[in-house]
Design a protein around this ligand. Structure first.
Ligand code: NAG
Ligand code: NAG
Ligand code: NAG
Ligand code: NAG
Length: 775
C-alpha cells in the first residue's frame, strides 16, 4: 500500500518527460507505454522504498489508503490529508488538520469514519443549566452519510440539527421524554428516554441544538442531562443506564462520504489526474459533486490507485454460482466460467441455464448404452454358449462314461481292432448323418424309440436307433456294453449288423446297417405287397430267420435271447433276404445259466406262455415266438387281433385248434393261391405245432428248427426248381455250385471271427445255400 501513492507521484513526472520526447503517439501506444513505464517505475520505487518510506500505511490501528495519505505527496489533495499525531503515545489520525479523529476508512465505498463529539445539556436539580455543548460539523467537500442517524438521550429532551443540503437549509430532530420508568426499554429508541431520526442524504454541514422543556425538573426520576449525537447505524444500542452514565462518552463514530474534486466523471475522465484507471471505472451512479472510482465487477483493489483493481479468483474463494457438477474456472478477467461436464450444455450457473444434457449427448448416451447393452448381450450369450457347450461336453463325457464308453473302447481295442466292429460315433457325426434328426428321416417309431435313416460321411446308409431306455444301473450298463460288443461281433447275413453306437447321449444311439425293404410284417399284412411274397419266399424267410436265431442262441460266446421275435422285427432287403433286427429287449444269458429271471417282456401274441407264468427266460421263448411267426407266414393273419371272433383272437391258439381239427386248409393265407395243401406246408405246420408247445422243454431248439426248415426248403426246391426263379435269377447259379462252407465269411468280407464261423460249420453242412447267397 505504502508504495502506491508515491509511485503515483513519480509517474506524473515521468509521463511528462516522455510526452515531450515523443510527441506523436497514438492512444493505444500511449497506454502501452504508460504500462511499461509504470512497471519500470514500480521496480525503481520498490528499490528506493527501502531507503526511506515517505508514506505511512497506517496510523494507530487505522489503515491509511490512497487518496488519503499522511505525508507530503502521499495524498491526492489536501482534502485527503491525514494528520497522524504521535506525540502522546498511541498515534492518532486526524482528519485533515482538524481535531476530528479518523477511526476507519474505505476506498471501495468512498467513506471515512470519524469520531464526532457528543452534544450535552445538563441541569442541576433546581432546574439551572450546568453546562451545554452543541458541536457543529463543518467539513469542506465531504457530506454526512445517510448511513448515520441522529440520536438524542434524555427524559426532558428536545434535539435537532440543521445543515446545508444542496443549496438549501435542511434539518430535523426528535423529542425524548420519560413517563414511568417501566417504559424505558433497553434497545428501544423510540421517544422514551431515547429518540432517533434518520439523517437526510447529502447533508454537508451540521449545527446541533439541544433543548429542554422543563430543565429536567418535574420528572419522575431526576435525570440531569440531555445528549445528542450522530452515529453510524448499528454502532449505538440504547441502554437505560445511558440516562445516567452517558456523561463519560464524548465521541461517537460517524460516516462521512467523500468524492474526488468537484467535477463529474465525464468532466474529469480526460484529465491527467483522473484516478479511475485500469480495471477501475468512474461511478456514474454517484451524482456528485466530484467523482468516485470503483473497481469493475469481478475485480478488487483500491480503485483510486491506477491499475490496482485485480481480478478476483471467485473459484478459489468459492463465491461463485457454478452448479455443483460444473467446474469453476477462473479463466475470464473479471469473471469465471462454469464448465459443465462432458456432454452437458449451458452456462453451468445456478442462476443461469445450468447444465443440461445436450441432444447429441442424449443420442450418444443412448447409442452408448445400447452399444454396451448389445456388447454385454453378445458377451453374455457367448459366455452362455461356452458354458452350455462345456456343460454339454461334460454331460456327454458323463454319459459316455455312464454308458460304458470307456469300457467299450477298451473292449474294442482289446480285440485288436482288426475289423470294422462297433464304431463309437460322436454326436456330431450322427447329427450330420440324420440331418439333425430330421422328421423326414424317421423310418420307424414305436414303443422302443425312433429309427432314423442316416447317411454316414463315407456314404454308407445306416439306420440310427434312438431307444427309449429307463434309468440305468451299473449292471445294466455293463450288460448293454456286452450286448453292443457282442452284437457288433455278430456278422451273420440274417442279422441286422450293428455298425456302431454313440454313447455321448443319455440314451445310447445304435447305428445299424440299413435294410431297405421294410419289415416282414409289412409284407404279410399290407395288401399291396402280400401278393408278391410267395410261399417259397415265406419259407425262405422263415428258414433264414430260424438260422439267425439259432446262431444267436448257440453261436456267440454268450447266448443271446432275442426276446421279441415277430414279423415286425424281421427286416427284408431288396431280395427278400431276412434280417433279424431289434435287440432292444435282448438278453445275454451267462454261460453258467440256462435261464434267466427277468421281467416279462415282449409282444403280446408272441409271448411264450411258460415264460409269462414263470418269468424264467430261456432260448425256448424265442422258439415259441418264432412259432407264432410261422403261423403268421402260413395264415397271413396278425398274431393278435381283437377284430376277430373271440376264439380266433390269439392266432397261435386258433391255428393249433384248427390243426387239431384238421381244418388247416381253411386257415391258410388265401393269398398264397393254393389249390391244395402242399406237403411242405404240412411239414411246416407240424413244426409250428411243436414250436408252440406250452412247455418249453417239448419245443425243439432253434437249431433244430433251422435244420428242419432248411430240409423242407431244399426238398421243395428240388421238387420245383422253377419256383424261386422268379424271385432271384442269380439263385439259379448257386443251384449248380458246390455249397459254400462258410457263407457268412463270404458275404461279410471275412470279418467273422473264427469262433463264430466254426459254430456255424455244422449248420453250413445242411445248407440253404441257393437262398442264402442271394446277392
Ligand atoms: C498532538 O496532540 C497533542 C495532544 O494530544 C497536542 O498537544 C499537539 O499539539 C498535537 N500535535 C499536532 C501536530 O497536532
Ligand atoms: C472499517 O471499515 C471496513 C469497511 O467499511 C469494515 O469492514 C471494518 O469493520 C471497519 N473497521 C472498524 C474497526 O470499524
Ligand atoms: C472546484 O474546485 C477547485 C479547486 O479544487 C476550485 O478552484 C473551484 O472553484 C471549484 N469549482 C466549483 C464549481 O466549486
Ligand atoms: C460473467 O459471465 C456471465 C455469463 O457470461 C454473466 O452472466 C455475468 O454477468 C458475468 N459477470 C461479470 C461480473 O461480468
Amino acid at each position: 500500500m505504502s508504495t502506491k501513492p508515491s509511485l503515483h507521484g513519480h509517474v506524473h513526472i515521468l509521463r511528462s518527460l516522455i510526452t515531450i520526447q515523443i510527441p506523436k503517439i497514438t492512444n493505444t501506444q500511449k497506454a502501452n507505454m504508460h504500462l511499461t513505464i509504470l512497471l519500470a517505475v514500480a521496480a525503481l520505487v520498490a528499490a528506493s522504498a527501502q531507503e526511506g518510506p515517505t508514506c505511512e500505511s497506517s496510523c494507530g490501528n487505522v489503515t491509511i489508503t490512497y487518496p488519503f495519505g499522511s505525508g507530503e505527496g502521499c495524498y491526492y489533495t489536501s482534502d485527503f490529508l491525514i494528520t497522524c499525531n504521535r506525540s502522546s503515545g498511541e498515534p492518532i489520525p486526524f482528519f485533515r488538520r482538524s481535531n476530528i479523529v479518523v477511526s476507519n476508512m474505505s476506498t471501495s465505498k468512498s467513506e471515512v469514519e470519524i469520531m464526532t463529539f457528543v452534544g450535552g445539556d445538563c441541569y442541576n436539580s433546581s432546574g439551572s443549566r450546568v453546562r451545554r455543548n452543541q458541536p457543529t460539523l463543518t467539513l469542506r467537500g465531504v457530506r454526512i452519510s445517510a448511513k448515520n442517524k441522529f440520536v438524542a438521550i434524555g427524559c426532558d429532551t428536545y434535539a435537532y440539527f440543521r445543515g446545508i443540503r444542496g443549496k438549501e437549509l435542511d434539518g430535523t430532530g426528535c423529542i425524548s421524554r420519560c413517563g414511568r420508568n417501566s417504559l424505558i426499554t433497553n434497545g428501544s429508541c423510540s421517544g422514551v428516554g431515547c429518540c432517533e431520526v434518520a439523517v437526510p442524504e447529502g447533508l454537508r454541514t451540521s449545527n446541533m441544538t439541544l433543548r429542554s422543556f422543563n430543565n429536567h425538573v418535574n420528572i419522575t426520576d431526576f435525570n440531569p442531562c440531555s445528549y445528542a449525537f450522530f452515529v453510524e447505524q448499528g454502532k449505538f444500542n440504547f441502554s437505560t443506564t445511558n440516562l445516567i452514565d452517558f456523561e463519560r462518552v464524548t465521541k461517537m463514530p460517524m460516516l462521512i462520504d467523500w468524492a474526488i474534486g468537484n467535477l463529474t466523471c465525464d468532466q474529469a475522465k480526460d484529465r491527467d489526474d483522473f484516478l479511475c484507471k485500469g480495471n477501475s471505472e468512474c461511478d456514474q451512479d454517484y451524482g456528485g459533486p466530484g467523482y468516485r472510482c470503483r473497481c469493475l465487477e469481478g475485480y478488487e483493489g483500491n480503485p483510486y490507485v491506477p491499475y490496482d483493481c485485480k481480478d478476483i479468483n471467485e473459484c478459489g474463494r468459492g463465491n461463485h454460482d457454478c452448479e455443483n457438477d460444473a467446474q469453476c474456472i477462473n479463466d475470464i478477467p473479471g469473471n469465471y466460467t462454469c464448465k459443465c461436464g462432458k456432454g452437458y450444455n449451458g452456462d453451468g450457473r445456478k442462476n443461469g441455464t445450468g447444465c443440461t444434457a445436450d441432444e447429441s449427448t442424449i443420442v450418444k448416451i443412448g447409442v452408448g448404452i445400447s452399444t454396451s447393452a448389445i456388447l454385454l448381450l453378445i458377451f453374455v450369450s457367448w459366455l452362455y454358449l461356452i458354458l452350455k457347450k462345456r456343460k454339454l461336453m461334460m454331460l456327454r463325457e458323463k454319459f459316455f462314461k455312464q454308458n460304458g464308453g470307456i469300457m467299450l473302447q477298451q473292449r474294442i481295442s482289446g480285440d485288436g481292432g482288426s475289423h470294422d466292429q462297433a464304431k463309437v460315433f460322436t454326436i456330431e457325426e450322427l447329427k450330420r448323418a440324420t440331418n439333425n434328426y430330421n422328421e423326414s428321416r424317421i423310418i420307424g417309431k414305436g414303443g422302443y424309440g425312433t429309427v432314423y435313416k442316416g447317411v454316414l460321411s463315407d456314404n454308407r446308409i445306416v439306420a440310427i436307433k434312438k431307444s427309449k431306455l429307463a434309468d440305468q444301473t451299473q449292471a445294466q450298463i455293463e450288460q448293454f456294453i456286452n450286448e453292443v460288443v457282442i452284437l457288433s461281433q455278430i456278422n451273420h447275413r440274417n442279422v441286422v449288423r450293428l455298425i456302431g453306437c454313440c454313447l455321448e447321449t443319455e440314451i445310447p444311439l445304435l447305428v445299424y446297417e440299413f435294410i431297405p425293404n421294410g419289415t416282414l410284417s409289412d409284407h404279410i399284412h399290407s395288401k399291396g405287397k402280400s401278393t408278391a411274397i410267395t410261399w417259397e419266399i415265406r419259407l425262405r424267410i422263415a428258414t433264414e430267420t430260424a438260422e439267425a436265431l439259432s446262431y444267436l442262441h448257440s453261436a456267440a460266446s454268450v447266448p443271446i435271447i432275442h426276446r421279441d421275435v415277430k414279423p415286425m422285427n424281421i427286416l427284408l432287403d431288396d431280395n427278400y433276404v431276412a434280417k433279424v433286427a431289434d435287440f432292444g429287449a435282448s438278453r445275454l444269458i451267462p454261460m453258467d445259466q440256462i435261464e434267466l429271471a427277468t421281467i416279462v417282456q415282449g409282444t403280446l401274441g408272441y409271448l411264450d406262455p411258460e415264460y409269462m407264468q414263470t418269468n424264467q427266460l430261456t432260448d425256448k421263448s424265442d422258439v415259441y415266438s418264432f412259432g407264432v411267426v410261422l403261423v403268421e407266414l402260413l395264415t397271413g393273419k396278425k398274431a393278435l387281433s381283437f377284430d376277430r371272433p373271440e376264439e380266433e383272437r390269439n392266432l397261435a391258439i386258433y391255428f393249433l385248434y384248427s390243426l387239431k381239427e384238421g381244418r388247416l386248409f381253411q386257415v391258410l393265407d388265401e393269398r398264397l393261391l393254393l389249390n391244395d395243401v402242399p406237403s411242405e406246408i404240412i411239414q411246416v405246420s407240424r413244426l409250428t405245432e411243436r414250436c408252440l408247445r406250452v412247455k418249453g422243454d417239448e419245443r425243439p431248439t432253434m437249431k433244430e428248427v433251422a435244420i428242419e426248415l432248411q430240409g423242407i426248403l431244399s426238398s421243395m426246391i428240388q421238387k420245383h426248381p422253377w419256383v424261386q426263379s422268379g424271385s432271384n435269377e442269380d439263385e439259379g447259379e448257386y443251384l449248380l455250385k458246390e455249397p459254400i462252407t462258410n457263407d457268412y465269411e463270404c458275404t461279410n468280407g471275412g470279418n467273422v471271427s473264427n469262433a463264430n464261423s466254426s459254430t456255424f460249420d455244422s449248420m453250413s453242412k445242411h445248407t440253404m445255400l441257393p437262398i442264402a447267397s442271394g446277392r
